[in-house]
Design a protein around this ligand. Structure first.
Ligand code: AMP
Length: 141
């Protein structure tokens, strides 16, 4: 599949669409999913123009996964979760809906079911509060 420069996450990267930003460096951006499966559900995206795991350079992939590794425990603690589900979809048949490579960080609490994938839009004020909580946790990490 050819990379579409007008996909939603490309627009977020260019600042054309807002996001609840939690982390950024030269190679990656992380922000909250607008239809979270749990509190603190975050997405880490590469700044490289890559549709999926098979389209990205190994160098950018390493940087992306290093950020996933760094952010996951902090997000987990910030929202008081017990575990973290890491998910990544390649192709529509696998559940991918946005064709710019991203990794889901989904905090899990014992006994709490996940909401549906890309199913229910969250309240923006709640997302803003969660993002602030995570940014504060990252500042003290
Ligand atoms: P995937 O199905 O792996 O491609 O996941 C795409 C994810 O992006 C879904 O979980 C959506 O809820 C989420 N999403 C879609 N649009 C936005 C957006 N503008 N900001 C943040 N998350 C989004």
């Amino acid at each position: 599949m050819t990379y579409d420069p007008n996909n939603i996450f490309a627009k977020v990267l260019r600042g054309e669409l807002p996001c609840h930003n939690i982390y950024e460096d030269d190679d990656t951006l992380a922000f909250l999913d607008i239809m979270p499966r749990s509190e603190g559900h975050a997405l880490v995206i590469t700044k490289e123009k890559a549709t999926d795991l098979f389209d990205v350079s190994p160098q950018a992939l390493v940087k992306l996964m290093a950020v996933v590794q760094k952010l996951s425990p902090e997000i987990k603690e910030a929202v008081g979760a017990d575990g973290v589900l890491i998910a990544q979809f390649n192709g529509a048949a696998a559940g991918q809906t946005v064709f710019h490579l991203h990794v889901h960080i989904i905090p899990r609490k014992e006994g709490t079911e996940l909401k549906p994938h890309a199913g229910i839009m969250a309240d923006q004020a709640i997302l803003a509060t969660t993002a602030e909580k995570i940014r504060k946790k990252l500042q003290t990490a």
